[in-house]
Design a protein. Structure first.
Length: 420
C-alpha cells in the first residue's frame, strides 16, 4: 500500500480550461435582495403566445407562462471580484426553484457572455443546514461511542483526505482507476480499522478478511464489466469527465467505484465476525477452531441476511428517479435491466453483495484459526482454587456457561472442564 501511494501520488489534480458546462463553471455566493411579481407577458418570459396543442405538457407550461404571474428577483453577488454587483432574473411560475427575498443562492459566472447575462442563479446555498446536520451527527457519534466515536470521526476525516488528495487526482492524472482504487481503499481500510479498533490480532484478521473480499470483488467486477460491455459513460457528468480527460478509462472508473463503495459495508461485516469469534473463545477457551467456525458462521448467516439488502436498497434508492422514468414509460423488466444505466447498478449491487457474502466464511475461518491458537492444551495447569468458596452461579449465569461449554464437550470429549 505504501509503495502504491508513493508511485501513484499525483501531486494535485491537473489544470484544465473551464468549459462552463455542468459543475465545470465558476460560481460565487449571492443573496436575493428583492422579489417583485410581474406579468409573464410583460417580460416576455415565454416568448410568443402558444397557438398549438395545450393538452401536452409543453403546451400547458407555455400557456401558464404566457398568462401567469412571474417573479423578478434582484440578486447581489457577495463574493469574488464583482462583489456588490446586482443583476435581475425572471422566475417563471412553473419553475421548480422559486426565489424568496433574503435567500442565499449560488450563481454561475460566465465571463465570455454579455455583461447583463454573465451571472445566473444555479442553486440554493445549503451550507448552514448541511453544517448543522454534520454537527448533530458528530455529537451523536461522540456521545454514544465516546473515545471510539472520536476515533471514528478522525478516521472518517482521513478517508476524505485520501479520496480528495490521492484517489481523485491520481485518476485525473491518467493512472489506472482500478489500481488507484485498490491502493486508496487499502489505505482507508488500514487507517480506519486500526485507528478505531486498535493494533491487535483481532483487527488484523478483519483487515485480512477485508482485503481478500476486495480482491474477489475486483476480479468479479472486472470480469462482468467487460462481459456486459459496460462503458461507465452513461450520463452528463461522466460524459463531461470523458470530454475533459479522454485518457481516463471510464469502465475502470466504474470498477473503482464498486470497490470503494463496497469497502464501508465490508469493514462492518469483517469486524463483527471477528469480534463474534473472539467472544465465543472467551466464553469457552477450550473450543477448537472447527467449533468456533461453526458457531461463528451461524452468527454470520444472520448477518448475511440483513447485509445483502443493504447494498440493494442503497443503490435502488439512489436510482429511484431513473426507475420511475422506466415505470412511466411502461418498459418491461427485461428492457429495463438490459439498459446500461440499470445494468451498471445491477452489476454494482450483485458484485458487491457476492463480496459481502464471501467475507463471512473467509473472515470467520481466519478468526477461528488465529484465536484457536490460544486454546488451553492438555498439559496446562489448572487454575488455582480460590481461598474463599465462590458463590454458586445464578440460573442465567449457569445457563450461559453451559451453552458456551456444551458444544465443545459434546464433540468427542474435545473440551474439558477447567477446575476452579
Amino acid at each position: 500500500m505504501l509503495v502504491g501511494l508513493v508511485v501513484l501520488w499525483p501531486g494535485g489534480a491537473p489544470a484544465h480550461e473551464r468549459t462552463g458546462v455542468g459543475f465545470d463553471r465558476q460560481t460565487q455566493q449571492a443573496t436575493v435582495t428583492k422579489v417583485v411579481k410581474v406579468s409573464c407577458a410583460s417580460v416576455n418570459a415565454s416568448g410568443d403566445t402558444p397557438t398549438g396543442d395545450t393538452s401536452t405538457a409543453e403546451g400547458s407550461s407555455a400557456q401558464q407562462q404566457a398568462s401567469g404571474s412571474c417573479k423578478r428577483a434582484t440578486i447581489r453577488v457577495d463574493t469574488g471580484n464583482d462583489k456588490g454587483r446586482t443583476f435581475t432574473e425572471i422566475v417563471q411560475p412553473d419553475q421548480s426553484r422559486q426565489l424568496d427575498q433574503g435567500e442565499k443562492v449560488v450563481v454561475a459566472y460566465e465571463p465570455s457572455a454579455p455583461k447583463d447575462l454573465q451571472y445566473s442563479v444555479t442553486d440554493v446555498n445549503r451550507r448552514i443546514p448541511m453544517g448543522v446536520l454534520a454537527i448533530i451527527f458528530a455529537v451523536a457519534v461522540v456521545v454514544v461511542g465516546r473515545l471510539r466515536g472520536v476515533m471514528a470521526l478522525v478516521a472518517l476525516a482521513i478517508s476524505f483526505l485520501v479520496l480528495n488528495f490521492f484517489v481523485l487526482p491520481a485518476i485525473l492524472q491518467g493512472s489506472n482507476p482500478l489500481v488507484v482504487a485498490v491502493v486508496g481503499a487499502s489505505a482507508i481500510m488500514l487507517i480506519a480499522l486500526y485507528l478505531c479498533h486498535g493494533l491487535s490480532a483481532r483487527t488484523s484478521v478483519a483487515v485480512l478478511g477485508t482485503l481478500i473480499s476486495l480482491l474477489l470483488i475486483g476480479i468479479l467486477g472486472s470480469l462482468f464489466i467487460d462481459w456486459a460491455a459496460l462503458t461507465g459513460n452513461t450520463d452528463d457528468n461522466t460524459g463531461l469527465i470523458h470530454g475533459l480527460y479522454p485518457s481516463i478509462d471510464m469502465s475502470g472508473l466504474l470498477l473503482a467505484g464498486i470497490i470503494i463503495g463496497s469497502l464501508g459495508v465490508l469493514d462492518d461485516v469483517t469486524v463483527t465476525q471477528t469480534s463474534a469469534v473472539w467472544e465465543l473463545h472467551e466464553a469457552n477457551p477450550s473450543m477448537g477452531w472447527r467449533g468456533l467456525y461453526r458457531a461463528g458462521i451461524r452468527i454470520g448467516r444472520d448477518h448475511i441476511a440483513s447485509v445483502v439488502n443493504t447494498l440493494v436498497l442503497a443503490y435502488a434508492g439512489a436510482a429511484l428517479p431513473l426507475l420511475l422514468l422506466f415505470s412511466i414509460a411502461q418498459s418491461s423488466v427485461g428492457a429495463v435491466a438490459n439498459s446500461e444505466l440499470v445494468a451498471e447498478e445491477i452489476v454494482r449491487t450483485l458484485v458487491g453483495s457476492i463480496g459481502l457474502v464471501a467475507s463471512v466464511p473467509v473472515t470467520t475461518a481466519l478468526a477461528a484459526l488465529v484465536v484457536a491458537a490460544d486454546r488451553p492444551g492438555p498439559g496446562t495447569a489448572s487454575v488455582p482454587a480460590q481461598e474463599t468458596t465462590p458463590a454458586p452461579p445464578t440460573a442465567p449465569t449457569a445457563a450461559v456457561a453451559a451453552a458456551a461449554a456444551g458444544p465443545a464437550q459434546g464433540r468427542g470429549g474435545r473440551g474439558r472442564r477447567r477446575k476452579r
